[in-house]
Write a protein that binds this ligand. Structure first.
Ligand SMILES: Cc1ncc(C[n+]2csc(CCOP(=O)(O)OP(=O)(O)O)c2C)c(N)n1
Length: 268
């Protein structure tokens, strides 16, 4: 499956997952789909038949509320049956709304309490350096999430320990739960902030597969002894017209039978 089709399938199945519960984190799930499509088609060294493979790359979905997008990706890769997508948050499910390392094959870190994932990723990346394991730790944070102080403690640690085996993606969709990020507490210029903390940074269109791929390749080739941060300009609800134009309400919203049918039509 090419990456364009893969991203469409991830969006369709993200909505399938959210539709099973009738509502959920639609906006911030759809905004990271193109990154997931590029990562899991071109970069993640993983084996769905052996999710705990020792030398696998790891992904920390620090904005853990976007679980449905990662579940759709993992199911399509064959980590678990597609039918699991219909059980989001149900009693006894393996797919809780926020990601959990103990429940879902292919999930490498529990997250949901914003701000913690980068610290966890630093631990993973430091451990790999100590063990001499050659692999990458990828992290996806929200932009509103950067308002958490713990992010910047972890950023300092990452630079100090020269974690060039870690790539942090910031999903800059300009909205958070309560409204526009700039109105809640402005976090721009994100790249300049990470650079000041000792990161090598890039800024890309987070829906341009080729640009994302190039940025990741560049980060991997650049053995500068610095951790990398790729700021992605994205759209909350990307891929479905009525979610893209919903405003901040798309953060957590409904996926009714009618909305699901309309969305699937747009994503054919
Ligand atoms: C520590 C913490 N505080 C509050 C929340 C509730 N919460 C869930 S998502 C969210 C908004 C996050 O915004 P952002 O990081 O920009 O995510 P995105 O817009 O990409 O979904 C908040 C405040 C949380 N999960 N964790």
């Amino acid at each position: 499956m090419d990456v364009v089709r893969f991203s469409k399938e991830i969006r369709r199945n993200t909505l399938r997952c959210l539709h099973s519960q009738g509502s959920g984190h639609v906006g911030g799930s759809l905004s990271i789909v193109d990154l997931l499509a590029v990562l899991y088609s071109k970069h993640m060294h993983v084996d769905p038949a052996d999710p705990k493979m020792e030398d696998r790359d790891k992904l920390v979905l620090s904005k853990g509320h976007a679980g449905p997008a990662l579940y759709a990706t993992l199911a399509l890769k064959g980590f678990f049956p597609m039918e699991w997508l219909d059980t989001l948050n149900k009693l006894g499910t393996r797919l809780p709304s926020h990601v959990n390392i103990n429940l879902t094959p292919g999930v490498d870190m529990t997250a949901g309490s914003l701000g913690q994932g980068l610290s966890c990723a630093c631990g993973l990346a430091i451990a790999d350096k100590l063990k001499g394991i050659d692999r990458y730790v990828y992290v996806i944070t929200g932009e509103g999430e950067l308002q958490e102080g713990q992010i910047w403690e972890a950023a300092m640690l990452a630079a100090d320990k020269k974690l060039d085996n870690m790539i942090v993606f910031v999903d800059s969709n300009k909205m958070q739960i309560d409204g526009l990020t700039r109105d809640v507490m402005d976090v721009e210029d994100i790249a300049a902030k990470f650079e000041a903390f000792g990161f090598a940074t890039q800024r890309v269109d987070g829906h341009d597969h080729e640009a994302l791929d190039r940025a990741i390749c560049l980060a991997k080739e650049d053995h500068c002894g610095k951790p990398h941060c790729i700021v992605m300009d994205t759209i909350k609800g990307k891929g479905v017209s009525f979610y893209e134009t919903m405003g901040a309400g798309v953060h957590s919203t409904t996926v009714t039978d009618e909305q699901y049918a309309l969305a699937l039509k747009e994503l054919e």
